[in-house]
Every structure is written in structure tokens, then in C-alpha cells.
Design a protein around this ligand. Structure first.
Ligand SMILES: CC(C)(COP(=O)(O)OP(=O)(O)OC[C@H]1O[C@@H](n2cnc3c(N)ncnc32)[C@H](O)[C@@H]1OP(=O)(O)O)[C@@H](O)C(=O)NCCC(=O)NCCS
Length: 176
């Protein structure tokens, strides 16, 4: 299956793929909502959330998916891009579920979709950096349950006193 075929295929229970400016702008608005993350965004994260969803529209590698809830409101987002080494590693640059829609399986389905996408384009793996702050415990548990390996810790990476944790999931072209 080609990357475009995978992105555009209409599969029940799969997230929608951002393909228009309107969708990209809705994703950016969602990601910048106060209180979505347990710690303040860095200036660089804010810039990426403004730029990358739109830049992924029509991009050959970078992707962005979202879910809507029962009220048709955007409630969950995964943004992922090909790492700048361009050797098959994909990095998650945005991942969040609206507080009112958490613990309903959206997060797991988004990451699973990302891993399947990487397999479909013969990528090698997914890297996620996430905060070590206790408010990210659901994220750590989700990554553990999806068999991501904790591969590193960088002290004071986001801000003084806030470490980053690096998680990695290898992917092979036969599946995730
Ligand atoms: C982390 C996050 C994306 C999880 O999304 P979600 O849709 O609620 O997760 P799911 O419903 O798919 O849950 C999957 C697994 O995550 C873990 N999990 C999710 N919420 C949890 C909670 N409140 N407490 C403990 N574990 C939790 C569990 O392992 C769960 O599996 P289980 O249902 O078998 O117990 C969501 O909590 C979130 O947006 N948090 C704030 C933003 C954030 O931390 N983003 C990551 C930055 S890199």
C-alpha cells in the first residue's frame, strides 16, 4: 500500500487524516487550547503546533490525524513527522486528547494508526519525547502498554526542573 493510499483510505474507527487548510487550522486551535497539557508549552512547541499541521497537507512523509467526538467536535490529535535524519524514524510532535474525551481509547487508536502508517511506508520506528512530570503518568502508561521502550532521560530539557523521557517503538515493514 502506498503512503497516500494509506492516508486516504476510509476505514471505520480510524482517525481522519488532515488534508485541508481548515482541518489543519482546527488542529492548531485544538493544540493551543489552555490546559490541554499538564505543563506549559515551550515556545518551540507552540511554533510547531502553529506550523506543522498545515505543512503536513500534501506532504510526502509528514502526517496529522484527528478524531471528532459524538458532538462532532475535534477531540484528539496525533501529529508525526519524518525525523530530519530522513532514515525511516518518525517523531511525534503533537499528541493530545481533550480532557472530556480521555480514557475512551482515542489515544491508543491514534498511536496504533501512526505505527501502522510507519509500517506502510517501510519506516523503521517511532520516537516520542514526553515530559517526566507526574501529570504525564497516563501517557507513560499508554506507551508502556503499547510496548514502547523507555530509551532515555534528558534532565531539565523542556524547562529547568522538567525532564524529558524518550520512548521508542521499532517497526518492521511486515507490521508494527
Ligand atoms: C496521554 C493521553 C493522550 C491518553 O489518551 P487517552 O485517549 O485518554 O488514552 P486511551 O483511552 O487510549 O487509554 C489508553 C491507555 O492509556 C493509559 N491511560 C489513559 N488514561 C489514563 C489515566 N487517566 N490513568 C491511567 N492510565 C491511563 C492506560 O494504560 C490506558 O489503557 P487501559 O484502558 O487498558 O487502561 C491523554 O491522557 C492526554 O491527552 N493527556 C494530556 C496530554 C499529554 O500528556 N500528551 C502527551 C504528550 S507527548
Amino acid at each position: 500500500m502506498t503512503a497516500d493510499a494509506y492516508k486516504n483510505e476510509d476505514r471505520q474507527a480510524d482517525p481522519a487524516h488532515v488534508t485541508t487548510r481548515e482541518e489543519a487550522e482546527a488542529v492548531t486551535e485544538f493544540l493551543l487550547k489552555p490546559g490541554l497539557f499538564g505543563t506549559p508549552l515551550t515556545p518551540g512547541e507552540t511554533a510547531l503546533f502553529r506550523e506543522l499541521p498545515l505543512a503536513s497537507v500534501g506532504h510526502p512523509h509528514d502526517t496529522c490525524w484527528y478524531f471528532r467526538n459524538g458532538d462532532d467536535r475535534l477531540c484528539a490529535v496525533l501529529g508525526m513527522r519524518h525525523h530530519h535524519n530522513h532514515t525511516g524514524i518518525y517523531e511525534v510532535y503533537a499528541f493530545a486528547v481533550d480532557p472530556s474525551s480521555r480514557y475512551q481509547g482515542f489515544g491508543r487508536r491514534l498511536l496504533t494508526c501512526g505505527l501502522q502508517y510507519i509500517a506502510s511506508v517501510q519506516g523503521r520506528g517511532m520516537i516520542v519525547d514526553t515530559s517526566a512530570h507526574p501529570s504525564y503518568a497516563p501517557m507513560h502508561k499508554l506507551l508502556d502498554s503499547l510496548k514502547f521502550a523507555l530509551v532515555g532521560r534528558f534532565p531539565d530539557f523542556y524547562y529547568a526542573g522538567e525532564d524529558t523521557l524518550w520512548y521508542y517503538h521499532a517497526v518492521n515493514s511486515g507490521g508494527s
